[in-house]
Design a binder for this molecule. Structure first.
Ligand SMILES: C[S@@+](CC[C@H](N)C(=O)[O-])C[C@H]1O[C@@H](n2cnc3c(N)ncnc32)[C@H](O)[C@@H]1O
Length: 267
């Protein structure tokens, strides 16, 4: 069940995504890693930060989307990163031929319902003292997502849409990641933060939360609704529901986004 990603749409909001990335990476203690892997690297904007932070490291970006990796290669004008097309469910860390010093999964695991059983393999692949860092949105029950499921439930294509919208239910609470990683022999720092993002008037044409979800949560809907008319009807119904849930204020639209973080250093 892979989506067709649109790097241009996704990267429109990159400024809002920088802070959780920076807050995650500020807890990673590696000083001179040799091998760094960014799982679900997307268009590589963050992966390229890793190349700046660790100029001597071998950096590998793994993603299942050809569109995202094409953009990543365009962004990487110095050809600093090895871009690998693979599904993280089947990607084998052993193919790198050496233990990994840092593995990152930033805003990936909400797309991978099996992730709880993949994490032990990633920790095993770390060198002693190595670090695993993950961040995942914890907004499955926020209006942005509940309204999406409500509109899908009323759609004539509900039977096809609803099964595709349940994947991020597999995201767990910070304590679950804490105990998983501590049980795997790591020193763990796990926490959550809810950001009150403010989209100032005029930041986007149309409903700003809709612009956000067009780059992410709506992708499974777009996989089903290929017909432009059907898609436009769905987006109009969802957009007007979003406008009620996220009203416009004189200072802008407020979008609360909860994110869950865990950073594990292998003992
Ligand atoms: C929300 S984007 C995050 C991109 C990047 N990590 C960042 O920090 O902005 C999620 C990325 O995960 C990728 N992805 C989703 N499921 C995947 C899977 N099973 N295997 C590999 N990549 C996957 C998508 O193609 C997309 O590029």
């Amino acid at each position: 069940m892979t989506e067709t990603w649109d790097p241009e749409q996704y990267d429109k909001l990159s400024d809002y995504r920088r802070r959780p990335w920076a807050e995650l990476m500020s807890r990673v203690g590696a000083s001179s890693p040799e091998i760094v892997v960014d799982l679900g690297c997307g268009s590589g904007l963050h992966t390229l930060d890793l190349a700046v932070r660790w100029p001597h490291a071998r950096i590998i970006g793994v993603d299942s989307s050809g569109e995202m990796l094409d953009q990543a290669r365009r962004n990487d004008s110095l050809e600093r990163v090895e871009w690998v097309r693979a599904d993280v469910e089947s990607w084998d860390p052993a193919q790198l031929g050496a233990p990994i010093d840092v593995i990152i999964a930033n805003s990936l695991l909400q797309w991978v319902p099996s992730h709880m059983r993949l994490v032990p393999g990633w920790i095993r692949a770390l060198a002693p003292g190595g670090c695993y860092a993950m961040q995942v949105p914890g907004n499955y029950n926020a209006p942005s997502h509940t309204l999406l499921r409500e509109v899908a439930a009323k759609s004539p294509r509900a039977a096809e849409l609803l099964p595709r919208l349940g994947r991020s239910e597999a995201v767990s609470e910070p304590a679950v990641y804490f105990f998983l990683l501590a049980g795997l022999g790591c020193d763990v720092d796990a926490w959550e933060t809810t950001y009150q993002h403010v989209f100032e008037p005029g930041t986007f044409q149309g409903e700003p939360v809709l612009e956000w979800t067009k780059g992410t949560a709506l992708l499974p809907v777009f996989e089903v609704l290929k017909d432009e008319g059907e898609r436009a009807d769905f987006v109009a119904a969802y957009g007007s529901a979003l406008l009620q849930a996220y009203p416009r204020h004189p200072f802008g639209t407020v979008f609360a986004l909860r994110r869950i973080f865990a950073v594990a250093h292998k003992k």
